[in-house]
Design a protein around this ligand. Structure first.
Ligand code: NAD
Length: 270
């Protein structure tokens, strides 16, 4: 019998997960998945309004919740936020290193330099800050698991997304190296590479901005772009946020204790 995504249960009771980008679409789905499985949630984001909304939703689960504003591009803030989280929760077991920015959509010859730097600053340098701080913290505690959000854009360079693709290739590279460096410290490090996931902010944004580029790959009508993208997926549908959360839960779980340095593609067969 087929199971519905989101119904598989791993017990994360008495565990704590720190989630960057915790107020975004993926973060929120993962917050709910772990809170419903008994974990305490440390939700980091830049967007305090969305953080407050998500934290209010999580109150129903009766697990410890902390919502902390943190800009992952600022290493001092990242370190201070981890310290605050440890003081409050005593320990961190899992880190979902997930905050990210999609960047501009433009052909290579038109790609804006300032946006290229912004994408790399958030998706590469920010991910590095969180990965390094998490490694230090989990090492002191004797182990744990980290999942870095990459993207299928880090497996195949997507058209018109020069900076984003480059940044996600880097996330997969950092994952492979960190997994080797941290293996003997009982810290597993894996990556997650979703492709077309929706509905959500990034899905809508990419159909609109790919249409606006007017390249050979997509129509100029975002509604047609949606269909073009869905037709490129062998399963002919978008993945859901719950299916992304299932991948994170699996990689963090006791079912994945010999899996490290792996990039889990969630692509519907692409
Ligand atoms: P989202 O925009 O809904 O969430 C991203 C969150 O990160 C936002 O809440 C934002 O405030 C936060 N953020 C951005 N910059 C930050 C910073 N400097 N410090 C702290 N927080 C910051 O997007 P999402 O769909 O939830 O994406 C989450 C991750 O998944 C990203 O890394 C994205 O690249 C990746 N991803 C998304 C998709 C998709 O289709 N949605 C597919 C593949 C990979």
């Amino acid at each position: 019998m087929a199971t519905q995504a989101g119904t598989a249960t791993y017990s994360f009771t008495d565990k704590t997960i720190l989630i960057t980008g915790g107020a975004g679409d993926f973060g929120r789905a993962v917050d709910h998945r772990f809170a419903s499985s008994g974990a305490g949630i440390i939700l980091l984001d830049l967007n305090e309004t969305k953080q407050a909304e998500v934290a209010a939703e999580l109150a129903n689960y009766k697990v410890p919740i902390a919502s902390l504003r943190c800009d992952v591009t600022n290493v001092d803030e990242v370190k201070a936020t981890f310290d605050r989280a440890i003081n409050q929760f005593g320990h961190i077991d899992y880190v979902f290193n997930n905050a990210g920015y999609q960047g501009a959509f433009a052909t290579t010859d038109n790609y804006p330099e300032d946006d290229f730097r912004k994408v790399i600053e958030i998706n590469v340098v920010g991910v590095f800050h969180v990965l390094k701080t998490a490694a230090t913290c989990l090492k002191q505690q004797g182990g744990g698991a980290i999942v870095n959000t990459a993207s299928y854009a880090g497996v195949v360079g997507p058209a018109n997304m020069l900076a984003y693709g480059a940044s996600k290739f880097a996330v997969i590279g950092m994952t492979q190296t960190a997994a080797k460096d941290l293996a003997l410290h009982k810290i597993r490090v894996n990556a997650l590479s979703p492709a077309l996931i929706g509905p959500g902010y990034m899905w809508t944004r990419q159909t609109e901005l790919q249409a606006a580029v007017g390249s050979q790959y997509f129509d100029t009508d975002p509604k047609v772009v949606e269909q073009q993208m869905i037709q490129s997926v062998p399963m002919r549908r978008l993945g859901s946020l719950e299916e992304v959360a299932s991948g994170v839960a699996f990689l963090m779980s006791e079912e994945a204790t010999y899996i490290t340095g792996f990039n889990l593609e969630i692509t519907g067969g692409q």
